[in-house]
Structures are given as structure tokens and as C-alpha cells.
Design a protein around this ligand. Structure first.
Ligand SMILES: [Zn+2]
Length: 358
């Protein structure tokens, strides 16, 4: 095993052994302290919001106005079985909770940062957060709100060495429609709220058909439907649905209006609004990174579009170009999570080539 692989593996193993599950504030602090200890020769800026610690590491004495590049990683993991915190290597794979999502990538970023940060003639930062699995509001977003800026950001989420340039946004809508109550035997005397909702949902389904295969389109899931009426002979005067809308960046400016226009009634309740992620493939940093991927892997780089979002979207909101780029693995949020160690080395080498070529 190469000494580089050994070094990354050793650090990743130590990180996995700290079971920094999303809701364990004490262990979030412990893992941040553990890493701060490794990076003592750099400037360590500590952030905290709602008891969520995060770190920003750089070689300058004071935080530069704008970093050229930020390498971002999250150190929180979703809950796992006890034995997942005893990582092991088998057939070139490292197994353990967080091996793929995303402590091994974090370890590679740390090792690379230690090697390069002081040699580069531009400001590079390492951003380590502990709340990505909860939405990244107290980590990445908090740092952005505190004035951290960059020209380009790489989030080391697993991508099979592809580059994520787009991710869907989310709207959760609670839609309520009112009717007029009455006796079930005389429908003309009332107004059935369920039929009203049904007409709206039919139009909605025409506009956004229920996909039976993965296509890059806006999707709508009817997550819940209810009426307060529980008996047979009453005309229900109220009906409510919960909609989970995953919209593609191309629909960003029109999706809510289109949905409102379909309804013959007004509704206001927006429960969640998570922005899209988008960066142009012709962005000079994206092109450079793609070129580095080609050189290291010997294969043309591919661009990914994601259904789910990550901390990247906070950068899109702040108008900072960002991508996800990370190693190969499997079992994300599952019992047999693993990362392919050879791909971790390729991840490291690609980042090294990229950072030394810009
Ligand atoms: Zn992740």
C-alpha cells in the first residue's frame, strides 16, 4: 500500500471511529477538536451556531477577503450500527459509517491541504462542517453569512469521480381547499372540497406526470391527503394535501406560478423552500477540474445532475460557483457503507492537479 493511501486511510479510520452522528453535539465538537489538532500549523477559525461547530482553515494570518478555492467536507454522519464505527478494509474497500458520506473524502482533503496550502500562491481554504445531514444551515450557510467568500468550491460528496453541476430544488406545499357542508343525499346543496381538490390534482398530474423512470424533470409527490369529515352522509367542506415538489433548475422561476394557476382557489402555505444547485459547465474552474479528471482517470469526465441536494446549494444562493466531486462508494445511509480506496487516491490526485494548475 502506498504511503499516501496509508496516510489517508489512517486518518479516515480515526474519523470514522468518532461516531459523530448528526444529533450528538458532544461528538461533533470532539471530531472538530481532533481535526484542529492535526492542523495546528494553520490558522483555525472556529464557527458555531445552534451548538453546531465548524472550522475554516487557511495558511494566511487573517481571513482573505475571498478565497480562490474552498474544499468543503461534512463530518456528521447519519445514525449507524455500533459495528459500523469499527471500520475495516476488505478487497480495496473501506467499510464503516461515513466511509463514503463523507469522512474518507474529508481525510483526503485534509492530507492534501496540509501538503499544498502553504505552497500555493493563492488563498486556499478547508471548510469542515458538522450539520450537512440536517441541511447545512448552521455550518456552511452560517459561514457564508459570516462573510466567507470564494471563487470556486469543491464539495467532496461521493460522485464516482464525476462532477455535479445541477441539483433539484424542493418545495413542500400544504394546500387546503374549502367547500360548503351539506347532507350527502343532496350534493347540489353543498360544495364538495374533495372534488375541488381532485380537479386540481388531475390538472397537476397532466402538467407534471408521475414518472416511472428517472428523467430530468420536475416531479410532484402527493404525500398526504385528508379531510376532517369521517362519515358517509356528509359533504366534506375541507380537503388538504401535502405536496413534495422536486424541481429542476430550468423550472425554477415558473414552477410555483404554474401550480398556483392550476388551482381554482388560493393557497399560501409553503413549508419548505430549498434552492436548486446550478453551475455552468463552461465555468473556467469547472473546465479545469474536468480536465484534471480526464488526465488522472484516463477517461472523459462526466457531469451529474442530482435529485437530492447538498451544501452546494448554499453556494448557489450566494452566487458562488460550486460542484460536488468525490470518490466512488456505496451503501450511503445504509448498513454496509463503503468507499473504494483506489478512487480516493484518484480523487486526491485530481484535486492536486487541479489546485496546482489554476
Ligand atoms: Zn454527505
Amino acid at each position: 500500500m502506498s504511503s499516501l493511501k496509508k496516510q489517508i486511510l489512517q486518518l479516515a479510520t480515526s474519523l470514522i471511529k468518532i461516531s459523530s452522528e448528526t444529533n450528538n453535539a458532544r461528538l461533533q465538537q470532539e471530531i472538530i477538536n481532533f481535526i484542529a489538532d492535526q492542523l495546528k500549523s494553520f490558522t483555525l477559525e472556529r464557527f458555531e451556531k445552534n451548538s453546531r461547530p465548524s472550522l475554516l482553515v487557511y495558511s494566511q494570518k487573517q481571513r482573505p477577503k475571498k478565497f480562490k478555492v474552498i474544499l468543503n467536507a461534512h463530518l456528521d454522519v447519519v445514525p449507524g450500527h455500533k459495528n459500523q464505527y469499527l471500520p475495516y478494509v476488505k478487497a480495496g474497500r473501506l467499510y464503516g459509517r461515513g466511509a463514503y458520506d463523507m469522512k474518507t473524502a474529508a481525510a483526503a482533503e485534509i492530507v492534501l491541504f496540509q501538503k499544498l496550502a502553504k505552497k500555493l500562491n493563492y488563498p486556499l481554504a478547508l471548510q469542515l462542517v458538522t450539520d450537512e445531514e440536517l441541511g447545512g444551515f448552521d455550518g456552511t450557510k452560517h459561514q457564508l453569512q459570516s462573510g466567507v467568500k470564494a471563487e470556486f468550491v469543491i464539495v467532496g460528496e461521493g460522485t464516482e469521480l464525476n462532477i455535479t453541476t445541477k441539483a433539484k430544488g424542493i418545495y413542500w406545499l400544504k394546500i387546503k381547499v374549502k367547500g360548503k357542508p351539506g347532507h350527502g343525499a343532496y350534493p347540489w346543496r353543498g360544495e364538495n372540497a374533495v372534488w375541488k381538490m381532485y380537479r386540481f390534482l388531475s390538472l397537476l398530474k397532466e402538467k407534471y406526470p408521475e414518472l416511472r423512470e428517472n428523467k430530468w424533470q420536475t416531479t410532484v409527490n402527493i404525500a398526504h391527503m385528508s379531510t376532517p369529515n369521517t362519515t358517509y352522509n356528509i359533504i366534506p367542506d375541507e380537503c388538504e394535501v401535502l405536496l413534495d415538489i422536486r424541481y429542476v433548475p430550468e423550472d425554477k422561476d415558473k414552477v410555483l406560478k404554474e401550480i398556483r394557476d392550476l388551482a381554482e382557489f388560493d393557497f399560501e402555505e409553503l413549508w419548505l423552500n430549498e434552492s436548486i444547485h446550478y453551475v455552468s459547465k463552461t465555468n473556467p474552474y469547472v473546465k479545469r477540474l474536468a480536465y484534471a479528471v480526464d488526465l488522472v482517470t484516463g477517461q472523459p469526465s462526466r457531469f451529474l445532475k442530482r435529485e437530492g441536494a447538498s451544501d452546494m446549494r448554499h453556494y448557489t444562493d450566494a452566487k458562488i460557483a460550486a460542484v460536488e466531486f468525490g470518490p466512488t462508494g456505496g451503501g450511503i445511509h445504509a448498513a454496509n457503507e463503503w468507499v473504494d480506496l483506489e478512487s480516493v487516491i484518484k480523487f486526491y490526485k485530481t484535486l492536486e492537479r487541479f489546485l496546482t494548475s489554476i
